[in-house]
Design a protein around this ligand. Structure first.
Ligand SMILES: [Zn+2]
Length: 213
């Protein structure tokens, strides 16, 4: 369930949001997204992390849908939370709650849907995309039930949607049906497009054994 109070307790300010973003992106400490180095220095005035090796500057939002955003991180996390809680979430209600104009709210929500799309992208569902590849009839038949369910979801939640953005609503349906827990959903939306798993040092020392040799 959506509880604004619960959200505000957990993310009372920008700093709490930024710290949470850092923790979710780099649970075992900073890793440079470009070269995999884990040593870094902090540029406090601009909230940037500079890699000690390649000098690339990274922020907690780079690579994510929040990159170069002018909106407070709290607004983003709140929208992630809202969407992840399973409650109907329209641009109009976002605009009203966050006191944004409608167009800004719509753009925010579309970006969040894009994060949903990236988080759970699977080539098997590409038939929903605008320039979809050809799928054999047997695949389409197998997907038929799921498509029907997705269409019912879209119809129930949204009155008018543009054809051009139809696949984003499909992504929303898919994402919501996979992630029922809102905290897990937030984490998934944050790391969508921005995760770095291992440092270069760890990678070099991993000894992978080929099971077929
Ligand atoms: Zn680096």
């Amino acid at each position: 369930m959506l509880s604004i109070r619960k959200f505000m307790e957990r993310f009372p300010n920008e700093r709490a949001c930024r710290e949470y973003l850092f923790h979710i992106r780099w649970p075992r400490g900073f890793i440079c997204t470009k070269c995999g180095e884990s040593k870094y220095s902090v540029i406090r005035t601009r909230n940037l992390f500079e890699c000690a090796y390649c000098k690339t500057q990274t922020s907690t939002t780079s690579g994510t849908v929040m990159h170069r955003t002018k909106l407070p991180l709290q607004y983003w996390l709140f929208t992630f939370y809202w969407v992840g809680s399973g409650v109907r979430c329209s641009a109009r209600s976002i605009a009203k709650t966050l006191k944004l104009n409608y167009r800004t709210a719509l753009r925010l929500l579309h970006n969040v849907r894009y994060a949903m799309f990236r988080a759970e992208f699977d080539g098997l569902y590409a038939f929903w995309l605008p320039n979809k590849p050809e799928f054999p009839p047997i695949v389409m038949k197998a997907k038929h039930r799921m498509v029907k369910k997705a269409e019912r979801f879209i119809h129930k939640h949204y009155r008018r949607i543009s054809e051009r953005n139809r696949h984003l609503y499909f992504s929303e349906y898919r994402f919501r049906s996979i992630h029922r827990d809102s905290i897990e959903a937030i984490a998934k939306l944050i790391t969508s497009g921005a995760s770095t798993m291992y440092t270069i040092h760890e990678y070099r020392t991993m000894n992978y054994k080929d099971p077929y040799r």
